[in-house]
Design a protein around this ligand. Sequence first.
Ligand SMILES: Cc1cc2nc3c(=O)[nH]c(=O)nc-3n(C[C@H](O)[C@H](O)[C@H](O)COP(=O)(O)OP(=O)(O)OC[C@H]3O[C@@H](n4cnc5c(N)ncnc54)[C@H](O)[C@@H]3O)c2cc1C
Length: 454
Amino acid sequence: MSPVLAELIDALGADAVLTDPDLIQGYRWDWARDPDAGMPIAVARPRTTGEVQSILRWAHRHGIAVVPRGAGSGLSGGSSAVTGGIVLSLDRMRAIEIDTASRVAVVEPGALNAEVKAAARQHGLWYPPDPSSFEICSIGGNIATNAGGLCCVKYGVTTDYVLGLHVVLADGTLLELGGNRLKDVAGLSLLKLFVGSEGTLGVVTRAVLRLIPAQQLPSTMVALFPDVLSAAQAVVAISSRVRPAMLELMDAASINAVEDHLSMGLDRSAGALLLAQSDLGGAGASAEIAEVERICVQAGASECFRTDDPAEGEAFAVARRAAFPAIEKRGSLLLEDVGVAVPRLPDLLAGIVEIAERHRLEIPTVAHAGDGNTHPIVVYDAADEDSCRRANAAFAEIMRLAISLDGTITGEHGVGRLKRDFLPEQLGSDVMDVSRRIKAALDPLGILNPGAVL
Ligand SMILES: Cc1cc2nc3c(=O)[nH]c(=O)nc-3n(C[C@H](O)[C@H](O)[C@H](O)COP(=O)(O)OP(=O)(O)OC[C@H]3O[C@@H](n4cnc5c(N)ncnc54)[C@H](O)[C@@H]3O)c2cc1C
């Protein structure tokens, strides 16, 4: 073993540093399975903020790359390992405390989103951000990607709930930002700079998260449409008049993929499906969902189904959340996350259909439609060179389509490594330049998550 690695093991203890190549394998990729992921020299698994500081001081001293890692459910290669570097896994730091007086959760980064929700629920409180992966993703990863989810259309995304952070910088300095105060505008908003920074600016070791009173029981509507465009037009009309707590879209290919996977009785002949929920409770929820249904019928829905039974409503949400694992069974995937302002949603979806047809590819699409955030998923055959070429071309064209519609290449998954080359096309040279200067100021040696984002 190299003396440099021995120094790290001396500082942390052997149980906190994995060097066995077989064990390291499990920390090399996120869900995007980036083919260019490297082979790290070790995985460090600290238990405290102090240990995270020791790791970064060591890495800074020796110029070693550090890839922070939560639960590895990312979809953009953000936590792909780097050859010669280390993976800094936060999976052993997962304490959760609920402060009911301040209505906050004080959370270590490795705690899963679902664990924070469950802890809050015990006190009649709710942590809203709900990525479909909420059972398998960590709060640290959610903060680092500014994760969204299904109820974000009404309740906002992760950053809207982050009140405080402890962040360890590349040289081991600990920053304590914000706290349990609901309002605080002292100084530059450094707290928000770290939210969504994808492990490139610092390592989150503690978060103070705002909680709100538990959600009322939902009323749910499912509307079937003959095609994806009429569903998208319904979304535009709904968004301008109503504020549902969920507004999700599945196209025909994703409905069929989920049906193959789960056999839930979804209508395979539908061209698209909209799933809407109201959490106003009681008569208010029924009235809101009735209004959504009226708009869907006007936009051409062929069938609508309404229920006030939370279990039935949840079954539809499960179908929507199962889309990625279901589509994954159809081949290799390139996962998109493009978004536009809601009125441009029909243009974006029409463009995706055109790209799929032109490249002779299946591109099932699900969407957090009420946010204008879509997930076209390019399915291809990794063993077929021509299929790979067409898939890569479609992946690039979908991002360029979003940019041409004044949209974004990523609404919630982050840039990671897979979308890095496209970021300048969206942001332009001035914004890229300022972003790189901020990165250089905080991480002059460039050891934090090199190759991601910038
Ligand atoms: C089936 C499925 C459904 C999904 N649905 C959604 C969805 O609806 N909405 C959504 O937003 N995402 C979704 N995702 C993507 C993913 O779950 C999120 O991006 C999530 O926030 C990643 O969390 P993680 O703990 O797995 O992070 P990782 O994948 O481990 O890391 C993600 C990024 O965060 C950085 N990072 C992790 N922890 C820290 C830390 N403590 N400090 C600094 N940087 C850190 C990493 O370096 C990397 O850049 C889905 C993924 C899957 C597999």
